[in-house]
Write a new protein. Structure first.
Lengths: 273, 60
C-alpha cells in the first residue's frame, strides 16, 4: 500500500492476511511492515512494525468519526467484538468523549468479560459483558463493530434513532456486520468509495445493486474540511464504514519516526554502507 | 542529509506514540485525502480490478 502526501511524507506498507496463523504458528492473522522514504530522494529513513500502526490508526479512525458524527451529549458505547481492534477503538473513543456506560458483546463471553474488567479496573467506567448483540446495541449512543462476520450481527430494529455506528470489521468482499435495512435508513459515510464498495461494510449491498454511490452521504474527510455537513439532527443514525487508507498508516508512522529521531530510539542502520 | 535507516519494532512503536497523537494523525490524513493532496496506488488497483472484472464479464 504505497502512499505519498504531496510535499511532505511518503512510504509503503506491506501487509498480508493469514487466517490460520494463530492456530498453526502462534502468529497474528495480519502482519505488516512499513517503510518510510525521504520524499525528496527516496532514501529509506525508517522501517517499522506496521501491525501496531495499523491497529492504532484503525482505532483512531473510530475516534475521529465519533468526534464528528456522534450526538453532542453521547456518553454510552456498545462494542460488538472484543479483540485488539475493539480495545483500541475504546481507547480512541475515550479520548474524545466522556463515557459513562459500556456494553460489550462477543460470541465468546470470556473475551468480552476480560475487556469489560480491564475497562472497569483501569478507567473506572461502568463496563459490562452482555450475552446478546442486541444488548450491546439498543439504548447506546455509539456502537463500534469489529467482527469478521459474513452475516449481519447488528439488526436494524435494535438501533435507536440518533445512534452513531463505527463499522470497522468488514475488510474483504463478502463481509458485512450491519443489516442492509439499517444501512438504508442511515446516513452513510465512508473513507473511500473504491475501497468501501470493494471490501467495506457496503460491499455486499453494492454488489447486489441495493446501495449505490448516490446513497453515500460523503467521505469522512469532506466533513473534516467542512465541504459537507456531518450529523444534521439528533435523530438520524450515522454510520462510518471504515476500510483503512494507506495515508492513515503513513501519517501515523511518520509521527512515530519523528518521535524516534527526537528521542533517539531504535536501531540505526546505514543501508548503503 | 539523513544517511541512517531507523528500525523500530512493535514495542518501540507502541511506546513512542499515544492514542491522542494517532487521532491527530488520522484527522490530518483524512483531511489531506479530501483535499486531493494524497497519492495512493491502492485506490488505483481497486479501480483497475473493477474494470478488468467488467471487461471479463462482457467477454463472457
Amino acid at each position: 500500500m504505497p502512499c505519498s502526501v504531496i510535499g511532505s511524507v511518503a512510504g509503503v506498507k506491506a501487509v498480508n492476511v493469514h487466517p490460520d496463523n494463530p492456530q498453526k504458528y502462534n502468529l497474528p492473522t495480519v502482519m505488516a511492515v512499513i517503510e518510510l522514504v525521504d520524499p525528496d530522494n527516496g532514501y529509506p529513513i525508517a522501517i517499522m512494525d506496521g501491525t501496531s500502526v495499523t491497529n492504532l490508526r484503525t482505532g483512531a479512525a473510530a475516534g475521529v468519526a465519533t468526534k464528528y458524527l456522534a450526538k453532542e451529549n453521547a456518553d454510552s458505547a456498545g462494542f460488538i467484538g472484543s479483540g485488539v481492534q475493539a480495545l483500541l477503538s475504546f481507547l480512541a473513543l475515550q479520548e474524545i468523549m466522556e463515557i459513562n456506560e459500556i456494553k460489550i458483546h462477543n460470541r465468546h463471553l470470556e473475551s468480552s468479560e476480560k475487556m469489560a474488567k480491564m475497562i472497569r479496573d483501569t478507567y473506572g467506567i461502568d463496563a459490562k459483558a452482555v450475552e446478546t448483540a442486541r444488548e450491546a446495541v439498543t439504548g447506546l449512543d455509539v456502537i463500534t463493530t469489529t467482527t469478521h462476520s459474513r452475516t449481519p450481527v447488528v439488526l436494524s430494529k435494535w438501533v435507536d434513532e440518533g445512534t452513531h455506528i463505527n463499522a470497522m470489521g468488514a475488510d474483504a468482499p463478502g463481509k458485512q456486520e450491519l443489516e442492509t435495512e439499517l444501512l438504508l435508513r442511515s446516513k452513510i459515510l465512508i473513507d473511500d468509495w473504491e475501497q468501501a464498495s470493494h471490501s467495506g461494510e457496503i460491499n455486499i449491498p453494492v454488489e447486489a445493486c441495493v446501495i449505490g454511490i448516490d446513497d453515500i452521504h460523503s467521505k469522512i474527510g469532506d466533513i473534516l474540511i467542512g465541504s459537507k455537513v456531518g450529523r444534521s439532527n439528533e435523530k438520524e443514525i450515522t454510520i462510518f464504514d471504515s476500510t483503512g487508507l494507506a495515508v492513515q498508516d503513513i501519517a501515523t508512522a511518520w509521527k512515530v519516526y519523528e518521535k524516534a529521531v527526537k528521542l533517539d530510539v531504535g536501531l540505526k542502520l546505514d543501508l548503503l554502507a | 542529509m539523513v544517511n541512517n535507516t531507523i528500525v523500530l519494532n512493535k514495542s518501540s512503536v507502541e511506546g513512542l506514540i499515544e492514542m491522542s497523537e494517532v487521532i491527530d494523525c488520522v484527522e490530518t490524513a483524512f483531511a489531506e485525502e479530501a483535499r486531493c493532496n494524497v497519492d495512493m496506488l491502492q485506490k488505483n488497483i481497486y479501480t483497475l480490478t473493477r474494470i478488468v472484472k467488467k471487461v471479463l464479464e462482457i467477454l463472457g
